[in-house]
Write a protein that binds this ligand. Structure first.
Ligand code: 0A1
Ligand code: ZN
Length: 886
């Protein structure tokens, strides 16, 4: 991507146009002389014609705004003016034998605000090359199917950058002139250039030794800003757990002598899996009780694992082209979700993952930005690091595993590692391994990658009291998405249970079972448009618990009565569906209230529901984190998504508030009693059980305060003042922030003064204020963009303040004045001049604008058009604006 290089949209890239390169690169020798404004890079490429390419074709290397200084071919100087532009280096008639191309470029890392290629973060030199950032360092065949062995020499001033790192193993260090030193790194594993990385800086670190299953010693290190070393221990523990887990569950060992992680504060995404040298957004590394919440700890555990797991799923086996991005991302997300499930509560992990899928991916799939998990065309690849590619990609792997079973899944993975190690693979390559291990034709299953949109599955049941049978009918339908009017049915695993009126589980018996695994595991396959299953020996009319564990990534349409839902809330042995029943009940009430409010009537309430909720919370002992999930009612965004069209965010807000207030009032005593009971004087520990108790306690306070403002505010203030960890402090401050009292402003002020030199903590303060559902919030957010701590060039600040306002404050973002839309559009334009990827992410908040009621829809559209009309637009921002309007 080259920001602002031209205003015309680049022409789309198509999967169907894939062909191999005409040349291959065997080895790359890089020599960096780091300098803040004039870094010199010498690149020596050993190239040869690709037998699979076109003989005699010109060699065209990609460049991204490069300043070339000299170039030579087999040591003969080339005429720079004739071969190089900032965006391309062309050799018209390259030798048809192996040859060497040497090019020197000069870079200015200090002025690189796009955070792609070589840049500086807080004085540290670092790189980000995925997807197409390497071309901003030197000319290259910048695509993932070109895999080469890299050797990197880095030289810098010793006092400025005592730490010099790159991929692979350290080979040599030494001094090179007065005050300067160098390090040489060699990575024996051929890799695409998007996995290249380099770091130079004055950093602190912690280290550990890890012994692999086969007895090899690996030196692990995490580098952080000096003085923050003590905040890296949880990340280190997580890394060690992840390394063991991948050996134990997938038989994958680490393959270098060192594994380094570097945390930087300026990073557009979460983290990056560069071979042997992961670079992280420091928010996913740094944690101690006083600075990080339990949720932060959980994220650290999962992101550290995710990047580590990429070593096999992404690095050893990479993607043939960027259309196959889900090959590494979907699979790696699935692996990190399973890892986290094993470290914590499986049920809570599943609920958290499904919440995230529904919050981010379902709206994407239902709006103008919908795309296949494997897209077949893109204009800007950076805009395809989406919830669809990542989260839906992970759901597809989970469904595949449920359909073929544990053994065939692991046999297929083993085949995949064996066959494609060291290669750049496709989704077809991947699926072929499972077709072989399971003996199944996966042709229909492959459609999951090629069709956008979330399937809707209708369920209905009929009980025959004479025959004692229960007939369950399933049917599926996928609504059209942009450019895809017709959809084929998809094979999907639906996990089913039957619950009797006494709350007991009824065995699943059929006359003609389709497959023995169905009755044994309760996983039924819906392959065509519909299926009817008849269960026999069902003594009384049951309640069907369908799509347990959210086995299929679909929207379930099942007409359950309130009594059915209460039965599932109390007795379902599947915790996911127990939680789902509470969510469904609450959703139903709130949707009814939304309509009532719009008609000027009273909102709905159900005592039965509130009391059932209280029972669930009081039965928290086995899994307090699960009880906390029960307490968290569907969000306003959840409701908007379920309502689907003619969405009125203000009515939704009032409906949700009414239910929370009602529950808080009715359950006052029970919530307060539970809050007191869960009080603990034990020293802070981030483990899942302790975190679960804190989550539940804070959830009780939150609901209590919703129904008892004055008293709730007092309790929250006391908790805020005495909290010894960030989880309880934020839990309290979040409650206070929703109560418009002078106490709130004082607490916010106090918090700011206590933490103003800790940007990651100030981000929490930004987000909290940006999500206050009050008319003044936009003015507050505008004010906050002017405070010293805010900086539009730092992605974390922009996401924390503007991203939170746009995505997590539907009431204010969708204000009837249209000011919320204008503000976010203006900020996206402003950010675009600095970091186009951040700008594009911000603008994605408009993805559901077509579902809004007419007036808001018009206002949102106007804001999007204003973006498109701007004189200078990056390809990233233009692509999102165009598709959102398209
Ligand atoms: N591969 C990384 C995600 C990532 C993608 C693009 C980036 O460039 C700005 C950075 C990171 C992952 O899945 O963690
Ligand atoms: Zn990833």
């Amino acid at each position: 991507m080259s920001a602002h290089s031209d205003s015309a949209a680049p022409s789309p890239v198509r999967l169907a146009d894939y062909r191999p390169t005409d040349y291959l690169i065997d080895t790359v020798d890089l020599d960096f002389r780091l300098d803040a404004t004039a870094t010199r890079v010498v690149s020596r490429l050993r190239l040869r014609p690709n037998p699979a390419g076109r003989a005699g074709a010109p060699l065209v290397l990609d460049g991204g705004d490069l300043k070339p200084l000299r170039a030579s071919l087999d040591n003969l100087p080339l005429d720079l003016a004739a071969v190089a532009t900032p965006h391309r280096l062309t050799i018209a008639n390259p030798p048809q034998r192996p040859f060497t191309l040497e090019v020197e470029t000069e870079l200015d890392p200090s002025s690189n605000t796009q955070l792609e290629g070589l840049y500086r973060s807080n004085g540290t030199f670092c790189t980000q090359c995925e997807a197409e950032g390497f071309r901003r360092i030197t000319y290259y065949l910048d695509r993932p199917d070109v895999m080469a062995v890299f050797t990197t020499r880095v030289e810098a001033a010793k006092d400025e950058a005592p730490i010099l790192l790159s991929n692979g193993n350290p080979v040599e260090t030494g001094s090179s002139g007065p005050g300067r030193h160098y390090a040489i790194w060699h990575d024996p594993h051929p890799k695409p250039c998007y996995l290249f990385a380099l770091v130079g800086g004055d950093l602190g670190w912690i280290e550990e030794e890890f012994t692999t299953g086969s007895g090899r010693k690996v030196k692990l290190a995490i580098y952080v800003e000096k003085g923050k070393e003590h905040r890296a221990h949880y990340a280190m523990e997580s890394l060690i757990h992840a390394m063991r887990w991948d050996e134990f569950v997938y038989g994958r060992e680490y393959d270098l002598d060192v594994f380094n992680i570097v945390a930087v504060s300026d990073f557009t995404m979460g983290a990056m899996e560069n071979k042997g040298l992961n670079i992280f957004n420091d928010k996913y590394i740094l944690a101690i009780a006083e600075t990080a919440t339990d949720a932060d700890y959980a994220h650290i555990e999962s992101v550290v694992a995710h990047e580590y797991f990429h070593n096999w799923t992404g690095n050893r086996i990479t993607c043939r082209d960027w259309f196959q991005l889900c090959l590494k991302e979907g699979l790696t997300v699935y692996r990190d979700q399973e890892f986290s499930g094993d470290q914590r509560s499986r049920a809570v992990q599943r609920i958290t993952d499904v919440r995230a899928l529904r919050a981010a991916q379902f709206p994407e799939d239902a709006g103008p930005l919908a795309h296949n998990v494997r897209p077949d065309t893109y204009r800007e690849i950076n805009n395809f690091y989406t919830a669809t590619v990542y989260e839906k990609g992970a759901e597809i792997i989970r469904m595949l595993r449920a359909l073929i079973g544990h053994d065939a899944y692991h046999a297929g993975m083993a085949l995949y590692f064996e066959r494609f190690d060291g290669k750049a693979a496709t989704i077809e390559d991947f699926l072929s391994c499972f077709a072989e291990s399971s003996g199944r034709d996966l042709g229909d299953f492959a459609q999951w990658y090629a069709q956008a949109g979330t399937p809707r599955v209708k369920v209905s049941g009929a009980y025959d009291s004479e025959a004692k049978t229960y007939q369950l009918s399933l049917s599926q339908h996928i609504p059209p998405t942009p450019g895809q009017a017709e959809k084929k049915p998809l094979p999907m695993p639906i996990r089913i249970g039957l619950i009797g009126r006494d709350g007991g589980e009824i065995p699943l018996v059929q006359d003609h079972a389709q497959n023995w695994r169905e009755e044994k595991f309760g996983v039924f396959e819906l392959a065509g448009p519909e299926r009817t299953i008849v269960f026999k020996n069902v003594p009384t009319p049951p309640v069907a618990s369908v799509n347990r564990r959210f086995s299929a990534a679909v929207i379930l349409e099942q007409q359950l009565s309130e009594d059915d839902l209460l039965l599932l809330m109390a007795h379902d042995s599947d915790p996911f569906n127990k939680w789902q029943a509470a969510q469904s009940f609450a959703t139903r009430l709130m949707i009814r209230s939304t309509a009532a409010i719009r008609a000027g009537e009273m909102p709905a309430f159900s005592e039965k529901f509130a009391l059932a909720l209280a029972d669930a919370l009081e039965h928290y002992e086995t899994d307090p984190a699960f009880a906390a999930q029960m307490a968290a009612l569907p969000t306003e965004n959840d409701l908007a998504r379920d309502i689907g069209t003619d969405v009125d965010p203000e009515a939704i807000f009032l409906a949700r508030k009414a239910l929370r207030d009602g529950v808080g009032q009715l359950l006052s005593h029970r919530l307060l009693a539970l809050y007191d009971k869960l009080q603990s004087d034990a020293p802070y520990s981030p483990d899942a059980a302790s975190a679960g108790r804190r989550a539940l306690r804070n959830a009780c306070l939150d609901l209590y305060a919703a129904g008892n403002h004055a008293d709730g505010s007092e309790i929250a203030l006391a908790q805020f003042q005495h909290a010894t960890n960030m989880t309880d402090k934020m839990g309290a401050l979040s409650v206070l922030s929703r109560l418009p009292t002078p106490t709130r402003e004082k607490a916010l002020e106090f918090f700011y003064r206590a933490h103003c030199d800790e940007p990651l903590i100030i981000d929490k303060w930004f987000s909290l204020q940006a999500t206050i559902p009050e008319p003044d919030t936009l003015a507050r957010v505008k004010r906050l963009t002017k405070v010293h701590a805010f900086n539009i060039a730092t992605p974390n600040r922009v996401y924390a303040l503007i991203g939170a306002f746009a995505n997590a404050n539907p009431l204010c973002f969708n204000d009837l004045s249209g000011d919320g839309y204008q503000f976010v559009a203006d900020l996206a334009l402003q950010a675009d001049g600095v970091n186009p990827q951040v700008a594009a992410r911000l603008l994605s908040a408009f993805r559901s604008w077509r579902n809004l009621e007419a007036r808001r829809g018009e206002l949102a559209e106007q804001a999007l058009r204003k973006v498109l009309d701007a004189s200078k637009l990056s390809p990233d921002l233009r692509d999102i604006a165009q598709r959102a309007l398209g």
